[in-house]
Write a protein that binds this ligand. Structure first.
Ligand code: MEV
Length: 328
């Protein structure tokens, strides 16, 4: 048993099939090399204390017996619910202090809430000497996030737990690693999206226009499976073309935006094989598949179109314990 542990988990970018994955279709996600880091220490005083400066939370404190009860500030709820979920199956004696620091801003849409939940579950397992498989970490994290958000597929959680690039179906019905290096360029719109608000908005529209929206989702699912084969063949031109088609379907769904459209058009015009929004849409990031020799031109075009280019490796390792000297 350890008194203190530091863990980290990666953020994510969805490459194909976002939104459709919430309704049972497959998607492809990749873990990005910017990580959420968490240090957890055991204490004697039966209280949870959280410091999460990235979300302006300092010295938040709550008795372990009260976790999940009363008013929980938004910035604390994912960690508090994760600790409570773990304690329900593995009660703890004392208390905990938790400190987080993130290499990526919560604004990017890289899945910081899921990454923090995965870190909390993994850190608790290590601190309490409870052996949890990756699957168990995924399941407990998924239950925690669904308790709070009510909607979602768990794709962010899968990327945070398993890392790499994955073919994924809702709730982890399918989690298949795709071993490839992806020639990707990432552009940030500067606009923060709220995934749950967008999911609720689309669900609302689906009550009036079910057939059309279902047919968009099944077309996205088909594209995703074609993209899986193209990715495995390393046929990046085909992957780019499939991204362009996926983007059109997302636009038809109503989750693109002028800014996303501008960055995507700029990337394509500068020589990308294809480009699309990534994640919930209406802001956050876009991704482009780019031949090596066009990389500088595409990055420059995204910047000139008003975006921020995010230089980040993808397909990185999932949640892991960090060496003690990297404690924060
Ligand atoms: C958000 O990263 C991806 C969505 O498909 C939501 C989800 O799968 O939970 C929009």
């Amino acid at each position: 048993m350890r008194d203190s542990v530091t863990v980290s988990a990666p953020g994510k970018l969805v490459l194909f099939g976002e939104h459709a994955v919430v309704y049972g279709q497959p998607c492809i996600v990749t873990a990005v090399g910017q990580r959420m880091q968490m240090t957890m220490r055991k204490t004697d005083d039966k209280t949870l204390v959280i410091d999460a400066p990235d979300v302006n939370l300092r010295g938040y404190s709550k008795p372990i017996a009260e976790l999940g009860k009363g008013n929980v500030p938004k910035s604390a709820q994912f960690i508090e619910h994760a600790v409570r979920a773990f304690c329900e199956t593995h009660p703890i004696q004392g208390g905990l202090t938790i400190a987080t620091s993130s290499e990526f801003s919560a604004k990017l849409g890289f899945g910081s809430s899921s990454a923090v939940v995965v870190c909390a579950i993994k850190a608790m397992a290590l601190c309490m000497d409870v052996k949890l498989t990756d699957r168990a970490v995924f399941d407990l994290s998924f239950t925690t996030v669904m308790d709070i958000q009510k909607k979602g597929s768990g794709v962010d959680i899968a990327a945070a737990v398993y890392g790499g690039t994955l073919l994924f179906k809702r709730a982890g019905e399918l989690i298949e690693p795709l071993a490839v290096e992806i020639p990707i360029v990432v552009g940030y719109t500067g606009v923060k999206s709220d995934t749950v608000t967008i999911l609720n908005d689309i669900a609302q529209r689906a009550t009036r226009d079910r057939k059309r929206i279902e047919s968009l989702y099944s077309a996205m699912g088909e594209l995703t499976m074609q993209a899986k084969s193209a990715i495995e063949r390393g046929d990046w031109k085909a992957v780019g073309e499939l991204m362009n088609r996926n983007q059109q379907l997302l636009s038809d769904l109503g989750v693109s935006s002028e800014k996303l459209d501008a960055l995507i058009a700029a990337a394509r015009a500068a020589g990308a094989f294809g480009a699309k929004l990534s994640g919930a849409g209406r802001g956050d990031c876009m991704v482009a598949i780019v031949p090596d020799e066009k990389r500088p031109a595409v990055i420059d075009a995204i910047r000139r179109a008003g975006g921020e280019s995010i230089d980040v490796p993808v397909g990185v390792e999932g949640v892991r314990a960090e060496a003690p000297e990297r404690d924060i």
